[in-house]
Design a protein around this ligand. Structure first.
Ligand code: NAD
Length: 350
């Protein structure tokens, strides 16, 4: 029996997690879910979207599956997703992007893995509003290069943080028999921060010389290359913000957010979640695609050492998608979240 924290999240998260629980149970893997509430729906009840209990549970179980959580734009609470990654030091965000037959996409045979640094960069949360004393101080340091009254967001990147994410990308490549790691930055412009990322990436890459190929791209060129020639790339390693954007680009290459899973990995804790958000307009409508959450659960099963069940689950998801009969609206079907989940259960080999 595995102990796993389940954070259903908000918006469409809870209905997706219900389906995931049912499908995972049908694989035969025994999981004792410690269900922990977090997100927009609990703010009224507890005055905060993230209680300490959630963190305590994940620190105890070491493994969590999480539904999406809404982040209010511009004001309100800081992102619970970012807080979880920071508090649990989930430094690596891993997003495998693979084409599943049957998904309508302009591209075929995509097989990429995005490894995104998860704790530093512009997502560190060090921001100062326009007109604040701190912003004024930094504007003073800018020696005339920053407009007065600017708001400021700080972009910290460390050698230590970069080395561990790049090492993770190379180790991932070795473990999963991948051939190449590409480091992606804008080091020609951001010479200090992205320059340090690149320098640290090069020094780690040297340790894998002869085992895994290494190359570098600038982020703007990388976007174009992925649209034109995605087959040239394998494992991509990026600082936080570029990694976030490229993850959605790669989700687009494989047919959308409905089929894009993800994992957030730390030294002692792993948290699995889909790339997509809470899709609040579909909350409670039994409408959205459960495949991304189920494929995230597949990654979790692999992490738990349940490789046969993980493979069984992935095959069943793939079979339902390629058959195209019981799929949700985003895959061109009319099935609901629960019906697609049930069809996946029917495809599991018993
Ligand atoms: P979103 O991913 O929720 O939705 C974007 C589009 O994709 C919408 O058209 C939606 O209908 C569609 N979509 C999303 N998931 C789908 C699924 N499973 N099946 C079919 N279609 C799906 O992105 P958004 O609208 O930018 O964000 C909504 C909220 O979610 C925001 O508050 C955002 O901050 C949050 N968010 C959370 C996470 C997370 O919890 N890790 C990730 C991204 C966004």
């Amino acid at each position: 029996m595995h102990q796993v924290t389940l954070i259903p999240g908000d918006g469409t998260g809870p209905e997706l997690c219900e389906v995931v629980k049912k499908v995972v149970a049908a694989t035969g893997v025994k999981i004792n879910w410690d269900v922990q509430e977090a997100g927009a729906d609990v703010i009224q009840k507890y005055g905060t979207p993230l209680l300490d209990n959630v963190l305590k549970s994940v620190r105890k179980t070491h493994v969590a599956l999480k539904g999406p959580i809404t982040t209010p734009i511009g004001s309100g609470f800081r992102s619970v997703n970012v807080a979880l990654r920071r508090e649990l030091d989930l430094f690596a965000c891993v997003r495998p992007c693979r084409t599943y037959p049957g998904v309508k996409s302009k591209y075929q045979n995509i097989d990429l893995v995005v490894v995104r640094e998860n704790t530093e960069d512009l997502y560190a949360g060090v921001e100062f509003p326009a007109g604040s004393k701190e912003a004024q101080q930094i504007i003073g340091l800018g020696a005339g290069k920053i407009h007065a009254e600017s708001a400021i967001s700080i972009k910290p990147i460390s050698r230590q943080g970069t080395e561990r994410i790049v090492r993770y990308a190379f180790e991932y490549a070795l473990k999963h028999k991948r051939k190449k790691v590409t480091a992606v930055t804008k080091a020609n412009i951001m010479k200090c921060t992205d320059g340090l990322f690149l320098e640290a990436a090069r020094s780690v890459a040297k340790q894998y010389d002869g085992r895994i190929e290494y190359e570098e791209r600038l982020i703007d060129n990388m976007c174009m290359q992925l649209v034109l020639k995605p087959e040239l790339y394998d494992v991509l390693v990026l600082p936080n913000l570029y990694g976030d954007i490229i993850s959605d680009l790669c989700a687009g290459l494989i047919g959308g957010l409905g089929v894009a899973p993800g994992a957030n990995i730390g030294d002692s804790v792993a948290l699995f979640e889909a790339v997509h958000g809470s899709a609040p307009k579909y909350k409670g409508m039994n409408k959205v695609n459960p495949a991304a959450m189920l494929l995230s659960a597949k990654l979790m099963l692999d992490h738990l050492g349940e490789h046969a069940a993980a493979q069984n689950l992935e095959k069943a998801v793939s079979a339902v998608i390629s058959e195209g009969k019981t799929v949700t609206y985003d895959l061109g079907g009319k099935a609901g979240t629960r019906e697609m989940g049930d069809a996946i259960i029917d495809k599991l080999s018993k």
